[in-house]
Design a protein around this ligand. Structure first.
Ligand SMILES: Cc1cc2nc3c(=O)[nH]c(=O)nc-3n(C[C@H](O)[C@H](O)[C@H](O)COP(=O)(O)OP(=O)(O)OC[C@H]3O[C@@H](n4cnc5c(N)ncnc54)[C@H](O)[C@@H]3O)c2cc1C
Ligand code: FES
Length: 284
């Protein structure tokens, strides 16, 4: 919460990285001081709005700012992406979740699909700082959806890009370069759409490579109380907000995660449609 009792958390900078993907710097000094790679905040953009989890991509403890990168896919993320520097966000709660496990593993492959690259970025940076060789594989449906390439090149030993349509980098899926690198990998972190994380887990399981995924179940309170983010890992119920969001990819029940994430799809579509109608009404 904002301990200063000010009307909210000031957005100090905002810019689009790709169509519908926006980077924000937000003044949140306490979160900026405490956060570690892999942690997230829960944000509410108006008093009666829903709470949404967003990874802390970076922070500047001296300036007291955190960076979040938001893909506008539904009502709340689109409303958030309409905000700009100088606007405020009423609630930013965090840092939440367990920090990423950072060790000297050896050669680490960090795989980001779409906005998953933003979620993987802070952990990739921390793995490099711990002395690992870091190879980043970032994928998107097309060139415009490949994000953070320059930021990753600034520290990664290698950056490999794939696009589904071949408009940039290699044509194909992130799994293709991963297959080529097998034999020289000690650790994999994969973050992106569930089918992508599942495919990575299937490849690395066979080769017994330690693999971690960051799960994205629906979250509400972020404190382990509501049960919204329940996931099944190694046959046990875990709450992604307090026990994760990172888990051993080879133990995750992706089937149940897919079903639970689809539970509110109709409501989410209706909510987005109402939001778009309101926007169109305002434009006329
Ligand atoms: C730990 C964690 C970190 C995340 N970090 C990022 C990030 O850095 N950048 C980013 O763009 N997105 C991130 N997400 C996903 C982001 O929270 C959802 O895209 C957002 O909540 C969608 O809300 P909406 O109203 O715009 O869309 P909706 O139309 O409501 O939902 C679209 C889809 O988003 C997911 N979703 C909806 N509500 C929630 C919720 N309360 N909690 C989790 N998922 C939800 C569902 O899969 C849903 O199908 C993260 C999710 C988790 C769990
Ligand atoms: S979000 Fe409520 S238990 Fe995790």
């Amino acid at each position: 919460m904002n301990a200063s009792n000010s009307p909210g958390f000031l957005i100090t900078a905002a810019r689009f990285l790709a169509p519908d993907v926006k980077l924000f710097q937000i003044h949140a000094p306490r979160v900026a001081r405490k956060r570690q790679a892999g942690q997230f905040v829960i944000v509410r953009i108006h008093a009666l709005g829903e709470r949404i989890p967003l990874t802390i991509a970076d922070s500047d403890p001296v300036a007291g700012t955190i960076t979040i990168i938001v893909q506008g896919i539904g009502k709340t993320t689109k409303q958030l992406n309409a905000l700009n520097a100088g606007d405020s966000i009423p609630n930013v709660v965090g840092p939440l979740g367990k920090p990423s496990e950072i060790e000297k593993f050896g050669t680490c492959v960090v795989i980001g699909g779409g906005v998953g690259t933003a979620i993987a970025y802070p952990t990739a940076k921390a793995l490099k700082a711990a002395g690992n060789r870091v190879i980043a594989i970032i994928g998107g449906r097309n060139r415009q959806l490949v994000i953070l390439e320059e930021e990753l090149r600034a520290f990664a030993d290698e950056v490999i890009i794939t696009t589904d349509d071949g408009s940039y980098g290699e044509k194909g899926l992130v799994i293709d370069p991963l297959q080529r690198l097998l034999g020289q990998i000690d650790y994999v972190l994969a973050i992106g759409p569930i089918p992508m994380m599942r495919a990575v887990a299937n490849v690395t399981r066979e080769h017994k490579i330690k693999t971690v995924v960051s799960l994205n179940p629906i979250m509400v309170d972020g404190t382990g109380m509501c049960g919204g983010c329940r996931v099944s890992v190694a046959g046990k119920n875990q709450f992604a907000c307090v026990d994760g969001p990172e888990f051993d990819a080879h133990q995750v029940d992706f089937e149940t995660l897919t079903k639970r994430n689809a539970m509110y799809r109709d409501m989410e579509r209706q909510s987005l449609a109402r939001h778009q109608c309101q926007l169109e009404g305002m434009a006329h």
